[in-house]
Ligand binder design. Sequence first.
Ligand code: CUA
Length: 350
Amino acid sequence: MTHHLRELCRGIEPPSQRDSGAKRAEVALPGSAVALLPDGHSRIQSALNPAGVEAAGIENLFWWMVAGTTVVWLGVMALTWHSVRTHPESFNRRREAFIIVGCGAILPTVVLSILLVFGLSALPGLVAPAPSGSLKVVVSGEMWWWRVRYEPAEGQPIILANEIHLPVGEPVQFLLESDNVIHSFWIPSLAGKMDLIPGRTTRLAVTPTKTGLFRGVCAEYCGTSHALMKFDVVVEEKEEFNRWLAHQATPAAPPDNPLAQRGEKQFLANGCGACHTVRGTNAAGVVGPDLTHLGSRLSIAAASWPNDSAHLRRWIADSDKIKPGAYMPKFDMLRSDDVNAMAVYLKGLK
Ligand code: CUA
């Protein structure tokens, strides 16, 4: 399993870090998530490895398209072969006209019409809303991370960031928003993509069929760090999901050791609370991600880096290098032991 975790970290480090060999820290996964890691974790972001009803429909359509285009391609290749082999003396006008009309017009028309009908018939299933009463999750595209708001049937909305948990076997209604530029929400293993468009709310229904860890991405170029705008999706059994959500709804536990207490003081004294919320403290900013349970997340910086104190330290001190263009200012003016204390505090926010 340790090997699997290392491989997972490899996958989420920026290329510059991949082969450095130095300090490859491990992701501190919560116990439940460790059990969830799929064996073929390299396929956590593959539309050809469907783990949801909608993605299975898209995969099916993909293979029909491959079959149809193969038929058209074989027709064109046969025509090419025929034209190269035919001697001018044996030219037969009627035969050639028949071949040109047959392979050049009738065959593609028939094949593409079948694919069109097939594609259109698959569409309603992909854009249909989830049944009423389904779990609602509002996702806002930010620059460059994901604001996630669970809206349970009872109780207050729960605001989180960059990590989505879903119960297996249940339809979920995503409501997608943006107040900046156009992003696109895509979890290849679970469903199709849907744009997040400023000024309107788009919808996407997702019904996961397999438990596991999956990767979501932004699929529409949205600025400098578009490629670093990712998120983790954990599909788990309903009871586990309910436990997770109930925990996420609670305020942060106060730090229980002197280093983390010093980190909390630094966090509040340096104005981090102007942008970030840590429920249970004075930090109530809404510009950046909610950090109340940051320590429990699988990764940081929108699924770009492993969530450990080494990467947290670098993120605090060098955010501009890790995510160019992000609103998070770098705090490289702080003493390194203060940055360390803040990283320990944040990592402790389980
Ligand atoms: Cu957000 Cu690309």
